[in-house]
Design a protein around this ligand. Structure first.
Ligand SMILES: [Zn+2]
Ligand SMILES: [Zn+2]
Length: 105
């Protein structure tokens, strides 16, 4: 991925692109310097990005790889890392409206 020239950089000091250097999850704050690029990109440590569930703002959440944010575990099927909605969108955008909210299988 050519992240360098890609999408809108925020205005800021031009000299050094300053990544968030610690996990943004309240109460964690782990230093991301030694973490994988994936973790630095999302500003959360690997442990929290890959956790099956975490407490975030009083809600049990999991990190959604498609939406790149934490979502309620209720949005996920089983142990998937992408929420139900994102998977549906990827799979069959045209069929979205025909699917019931909670497909039984
Ligand atoms: Zn963390
Ligand atoms: Zn999602």
């Amino acid at each position: 991925m050519a992240a360098a020239a890609a999408a809108g950089r925020r205005s800021g000091p031009p000299r050094s692109a300053h990544w968030q250097s610690s996990c943004q999850l309240p109460g964690c704050g782990r230093d991301l310097a030694g973490e994988i690029p994936y973790a630095r990109r999302f500003s959360f440590c690997k442990e929290h990005l890959t956790a099956e569930s975490i407490e975030y703002c009083g809600i049990t959440c999991r990190f959604c790889q498609q939406c790149a944010r934490f979502q309620s575990v209720e949005d996920f099927d089983g142990a998937k890392r992408s929420c139900r909605l994102a998977l549906l969108k990827r799979r069959a955008p045209a069929n979205m409206r025909r699917l019931s909210r909670y497909a039984s299988q």
